[in-house]
Design a protein around this ligand. Sequence first.
Ligand code: 5RP
Length: 336
Amino acid sequence: MSSEPTIIPSSSVPAPNGGTPSLGGTSTPLLGSRGAPSAGGAGGSFGVKSGLAQMLKGGVIMDVMNAEQAKIAEEAGASAVMALERIPANIRRDGGVARMSDPGMIKEIMEAVSIPVMAKVRIGHFVEAQILQSIGVDYIDESEVLTMADDQHHIGKHAFKVPFVCGCKNLGEALRRISEGAAMIRTKGEAGTGDVVEAVKHQRAVMSDIRRAAAMSDEELYAFAKELSAPYHLLKETARLKRLPVVSFAAGGVATPADAAMMMQLGCDGVFVGSGIFLSGDPAKRARAIVQAVTHYNNPAILAEVSTDLGEAMVGISTSAEGEAIKGGRMAGRGN
Ligand SMILES: O=C(CO)[C@H](O)[C@H](O)COP(=O)(O)O
């Protein structure tokens, strides 16, 4: 298998967000055992894996802790679920080392729903990833939400058939993860806080650097790649596309329909919502509202309607309270 990502030409499927080009449409997704699209079989090329992630565009991926929550998410219109024993707010609350979830619990969720199921591994923990691939999860999230297993190396993701999603705070980090084989990128935000400010900061940072790159000459791009510690060929492709060369979601602190729509207007292809749904007063209603908000992210009248009478939002933790440590620490700083 090649160690460099194959960038699929941005010719085919129009992106739902802002008419930005899509990389999808050239690979034929296979159907996994539960009917969800899968990169399985002997394939697993970067093109197949990043093409599969295209199918999640315009959708909401929800953290769920059991089969019942997974069904609520599926019925609300989630495009995928993230199976984990503790949502990020509970990881913060409990402290200690956070690891891959019990494969038995993940399998129960896989049996309960027909949408794709993602699960998390610790940064650098390639054996947790081998285990999750062997049970047939649809995507692996190499996540800063869990405790790091390796503070120097991320997983070499080209070696796996299953697609990976990774977090980023800026363009350099995003391109380094893609170069390691990530088929999908998300902002890190500050998971488990219910505060969207860090996700906004990370999304704006990525978009701002893409706009800068798009205006650069080749000579300037070589220097910019060095500054970002990012591979030149991926930066050049990003500049040409005027977007990341893989699907790019927002994550970390998204808790309301308005938060989700804001992230979409800032240029994301979809959103992850973790703690915000199942720590709210009415998870099913909030889940449906956030799905609607992502679909109609540019329509304030619909956003007003779906934001009405939602019950209590998660209480959350402000990440900007000066001088106060955030309970559980800053997760976004894990893995660069
Ligand atoms: O790690 C994730 C995405 O891969 C989580 O699903 C997401 O970041 C959860 O954050 P929050 O609980 O703040 O919504």
